[in-house]
Design a protein around this ligand. Structure first.
Ligand code: ZN
Ligand code: ZN
Length: 351
């Protein structure tokens, strides 16, 4: 099989020919159809974070594929089913977080495309218990971005307990932001999208943002203030100044939701305003299997649109550059084994 392999932190990916992996006990073998390129993959390849990936690394945690093999003891999901393999490749199932429904916080978790092999490959083995079924109405090119960008922003909106008629400011309209706009709308909020690129702001409007703010041409805090301020600010951009802008844009009782993981990962906030305004600071990391099932269900029901472009795995390093320079409309998806599928336009929710 073809796979993109990164041999050490900071090295570029090399497309290599590797043997198709064997599913071990409790695992399924997938013929990978699609895998999205998430910014986290780039951080993992570069070794940007305090926790390092396992090298050599096959990145990719937005993998979607067809079950083609069962390891010992596995009967579900059945052969031929389409499933997604998210960042949460495996959780322990026994710690307090797993038991109380917060498996995304599991202390014993293993992560796809980080400590486990990922989906930048034609085949992938995954823990059968942690793959999530993709409904028939969801095209694999749409399913890939939903597997991380979708579930992450969906869970961020849930964790912020957004109420109808609140205002949500979304900082960063990319792979995550274009979906965050839609989830915030789905719970009834008014949405202000903030970005530094006019194209992305147009996309946000197209997807239902009530207002857009260009942070490159003016002060986003003042602009959001003129719109009545934000009750919830979701930070999806990695630029260091954005966290403070998001904080300053909040109304009393506001919630600052941190999702993006910048390489320079520290910020300072004023205690005085945080206390007097009753601000909550929330860290939100991906979501659970149930969250992802809900994300797929909403998409199958035609409630969301995924903006994604397909790329070939051979062009993996060019695709990374496209993401880094911000030339990508929303998400890039590596697609293989999709030639025999219906065109994506046939999917009810893609336009
Ligand atoms: Zn991701
Ligand atoms: Zn656990």
């Amino acid at each position: 099989m073809k796979a993109a392999v990164v041999n050490r932190a900071g090295a570029s990916a090399q497309v290599e020919e590797l043997p198709v992996p064997e599913p071990g006990p409790g695992q399924v073998l997938l013929r990978v159809e699609t895998c999205g390129l998430c910014h986290t993959d780039i951080h993992a390849m570069n070794g940007d974070w305090p926790v390092a990936a396992t090298f050599p690394l096959i990145p990719g945690h937005e993998a979607v594929g067809i079950v083609e093999g069962h390891g010992a003891g596995v009967t579900e999901p059945r052969m031929g089913r389409r499933v997604a393999v998210p960042w949460l490749g495996r959780a322990c199932g026994r710690c307090r977080y797993c038991v109380d429904g917060r498996e995304n916080l599991c202390v014993g978790q293993a992560n796809t495309g980080f400590s486990l092999p990922g989906g930048y490959a034609e085949y992938l083995v995954a823990d059968a218990r942690f793959v999530v079924a993709v409904p028939d109405g969801v095209h694999p090119v749409d399913a890939a971005p939903l597997t991380c960008a979708g579930v992450t922003t969906y869970a961020a909106v849930k964790n912020a307990r957004v109420r109808p008629d609140e205002t949500v400011a979304i900082f960063g309209v990319g792979g995550l932001g274009h979906l965050a706009v839609q989830y915030a709308r789905l719970v009834g909020a008014k949405v202000i999208a903030v970005d530094v690129t006019e194209d992305k702001l147009e996309l946000a409007e197209d997807l239902g943002a009530d207002h857009v703010v260009n942070a490159a041409t003016g002060d986003p805090v003042a602009a959001i203030g003129r719109l009545g301020g934000a009750d919830v600010a979701i930070v999806l951009a990695v630029a260091p100044e954005v966290t403070r802008q998001a904080f300053d844009a909040l109304n009393r009782g506001g919630r600052l939701v941190l999702v993006a993981l910048p390489a320079a990962g520290e910020f300072t906030l004023p205690v005085f305003q945080t206390v007097l305004k009753g601000i909550s600071i929330i860290g939100s990391i991906v979501g659970t299997r149930q969250d992802l099932a809900e994300v797929f269900d909403l998409h199958a029901a035609g409630r969301t649109r995924v903006i994604a472009e397909e790329r070939d795995l051979e062009g993996v390093n060019d695709a990374v550059q496209e993401v880094l320079t911000g030339r990508v409309p929303a998400r890039l998806v590596f697609a293989h084994h999709t030639a025999d599928l219906l065109p994506r336009q046939a999917s009810p929710s893609s336009r």
